[in-house]
Design a protein around this ligand. Structure first.
Ligand code: DCM
Ligand code: DCM
Ligand code: DCM
Ligand code: ZN
Ligand code: ZN
Length: 263
């Protein structure tokens, strides 16, 4: 996601934290964030260049047209190093944060761990961040977003969200967040517990989130799109519900994960 998508995920998450997680997040956030997780949710994008090792951790690539994700097969970087993808990163930073509050101080920078985890939990829910290897998650598919030249990946990171904000929420991100929160408490109320739940005693379950993403990428993001496609009202209105759902799930699951880590 772009800046807005990440801020949405983190603001939803922070509103769902229990007392202990809320207190831990407050202590870990850098001073300049003023206890607003949403304000630093894109920090991981800003450090891609100074921490070059981190740029492979924002996504996973899956084999073209298979439409499934397998950790052992797909979670590696360009050099084939195992675990170096968004799913491995979520597991890694979750494990680091589990050391919070131990008598022996963690060897890791847990502020960075919180900011990475919060960002990558958003990214793993962006369908094209678990897209096909051959087109780099839609980055090499050139389309038009209405009249503007764009690549398909960017359409899903930013354009759909920005168009929704302009059209329906007077360009106010807060109103967009409120609308998603409303859906979480109404339309999706009966599904939320299922979103939050992982298999027995797992703190987080990014394999599941990644599997859902590549399924949604095949069913919605790639569907009907080829090089040079013009994407307009039909694509926007049929795909926006999926973007809303994935932002909501990202926020709910970031909160559930942080509540399990610190709870
Ligand atoms: N892991 C995962 N999904 C799998 C296998 C492993 O998320 N199907 C994660 C769990 C650990 C890390 O990878 O955090 C290392 O796993 P292992 O100890 O199995 O190599
Ligand atoms: N940080 C940042 N931008 C800044 C200052 C800090 O992105 N202007 C990040 C780097 C650290 C984290 O926030 O991982 C905490 O920083 P500090 O230790 O400076 O509070
Ligand atoms: N990306 C992806 N899959 C890839 C390569 C990149 O999902 N195989 C993501 C990371 C960024 C965006 O696409 O969100 C643009 O990547 P870059 O800036 O590395 O071109
Ligand atoms: Zn992206
Ligand atoms: Zn990212």
């Amino acid at each position: 996601w772009g800046e807005d998508g990440h801020a949405i995920v983190c603001k939803i998450a922070q509103s769902r934290l229990g007392d202990t997680a809320s207190e831990a997040v407050k202590k870990l956030l850098p001073e300049y964030a003023q206890n607003d997780l949403g304000s630093v949710c894109s920090w991981a994008d800003h450090v891609k260049f100074i921490f070059q090792w981190s740029s492979a951790l924002h996504f996973a690539d899956t084999p073209d047209n298979l439409c499934n994700f397998q950790y052992n097969r797909d979670c590696k970087d360009q050099n084939g190093e195992q675990g170096r993808c968004v799913v491995g990163a979520i597991n890694n930073y979750t494990n680091q944060l589990l050391g919070y509050g131990n008598k022996v101080k963690s060897q890791y920078n847990l502020t960075q761990a919180l900011l990475f985890l919060s960002h990558f939990m958003g990214d793993v829910h962006q369908p094209l961040h678990v897209g096909f290897l051959g087109d780099k998650g839609g980055n090499t598919i050139d389309v038009h977003w209405y009249t503007k030249k764009q690549n398909l990946h960017h359409v899903w990171d930013d354009s759909i969200i920005e168009t929704a904000e302009e059209r329906f929420y007077d360009s106010e991100i807060g109103d967009f967040i409120n609308a998603i929160q409303e859906n979480i408490t109404n339309e999706w109320a009966s599904e939320v517990t299922g979103w939050e739940t992982c298999n027995s005693n797992q703190t987080t379950c990014p394999d599941i989130y990644a599997s859902e993403s590549i399924k949604a990428a095949c069913q919605w993001a790639y569907k009907g799109v080829t090089e040079g496609s013009v994407l307009g009202d039909d694509y926007f209105s049929s795909r926006l519900p999926t973007v809303n759902l994935r932002l909501a799930q990202g926020g709910v699951r970031l909160a559930a994960t942080l509540n399990r880590i610190f709870g």
